[in-house]
Design a protein around this ligand. Structure first.
Ligand code: 13P
Ligand code: SF4
Length: 341
């Protein structure tokens, strides 16, 4: 134990059943060990619907805590221990820029449905809600994209081009029906007719993985099983044995045959935790060490400070939802739960 850990546990006892600590799987061990509930983005949003406590302290990045705050009941406060911990991909598309692109795309009479990855701003979720679109996460991108393609002439998937492309591959959508759009200026020409339009955002942690790393690991560990997150590039996904969300990768390691070597292309905290959990049964290796610095901003020290503020009745760490966006953003999340929750 260390002083922060002691302080966290003391505040937890003080707050009792009025406190629930939630944590994403990418959090460091020192933080996640304090969580009452842990999960990937979709699981945490789902779990939040059943939380009764007045305080929810969310260990993760801003957009995740914001979604939980959107779903929170009246009287519940969602706190984020490090309010500046924002996923860089979530900031790669803004609602006004997307609005301009949609206007341009729809100028010729086509209807375009926005499908917004959870890793996005509140404004973007509200835009999706207002235009009949929805939110998705990496765990339900496939059924959500299938649904979105049935809603109108085309889907604008954003911000992650790789998740969009990889999901289209899984769905068998022909290459000719996809186009990467240019947020500024016109074109490309293909965007005029494509059914799937992709915003050019990406995750800087998952795009560090390369096919050369996969080749090297396969050479060093013949027979190794390689599984990666769908935020990786399509080339990396094609070279892997399996692709799937955080919860999929956890299941993949749990179900890997005893004695096998399992190589995971995702955030290092999760990979190291799975390696320790399955140490007696199999070898789990990272494709390469890739840490999310945004997730790492939440430390035990920040968690202790956040709990102290909550226990003192302060709301300095509270996540605030603008009234302007609340209803529409919530409707985009609810559409996700109704379709593929
Ligand atoms: P999950 O949807 O798998 O939780 O992933 C979120 C994320 O940020 C991955 O980088
Ligand atoms: Fe965002 Fe990538 Fe970090 Fe996930 S791993 S929170 S997508 S920057």
């Amino acid at each position: 134990m260390n002083p922060w850990s002691d302080a966290i546990e003391a505040r937890r006892r003080e707050l009792g059943s009025s406190l629930t600590i939630m944590g994403h799987h990418y959090q460091a061990d020192e933080v996640i060990r304090h969580a009452d509930l842990r999960g990937d983005t979709l699981q945490l949003a789902r779990q939040a619907l059943d939380v009764d406590s007045g305080h929810i302290v969310f260990c993760g990045v801003y957009f995740m805590a914001e979604s939980v705050a959107l779903l929170a009941r009246p009287g519940q406060t969602v706190h984020l221990p490090e309010p500046s911990a924002e996923c860089s991909m979530a900031l790669m598309s803004t609602a006004p820029a997307v609005e301009r692109v949609l206007e341009r795309l729809e100028a010729r009479g086509r209807k375009v449905t926005p499908l917004v990855y959870g890793n996005s701003t509140l404004g973007l979720k509200a835009l999706a809600g207002a235009r009949g679109g929805a939110v998705c996460t990496s765990a339900n991108a496939l059924p959500m994209l299938r649904w979105a393609l049935e809603q109108s002439d085309a889907v604008l998937f954003l911000p992650d081009r790789n998740l969009g492309w990889n999901t289209a591959d899984a769905l068998g959508l022909p290459l000719a029906e996809r186009a990467l759009i240019r947020p500024r200026g016109d074109g490309p020409e293909e965007a005029e007719n494509a059914r799937l339009l992709l915003w050019p955002g990406f995750c800087s942690i998952h795009t560090r993985f390369t096919t050369r790393q996969i080749d090297r690991l396969r050479a060093e560990h013949p027979g190794a099983l390689v599984a990666v997150h769908p935020e990786c590039t399509p080339e990396v996904v094609a070279a892997a044995d399996a692709v799937g969300s955080t919860s999929f990768l956890i299941r993949y390691a749990a179900e890997a045959p005893a004695g096998s070597t399992c190589v995971l292309g995702t955030e290092i905290n999760l990979v190291e935790r799975l390696a320790a959990e399955h140490r007696d049964r199999l070898t789990v290796l990272p494709l390469v060490e890739s840490a999310c610095t945004h997730m790492a901003q939440t430390t035990e020290e920040r968690l202790a400070a956040c709990l102290e503020a909550a226990a003192g009745g302060g709301d300095g760490f509270a996540v605030r939802i603008s009234e302007e966006n609340r209803e529409q953003a919530r409707s985009a999340l609810e559409r996700m739960f109704q379709t593929a929750g």
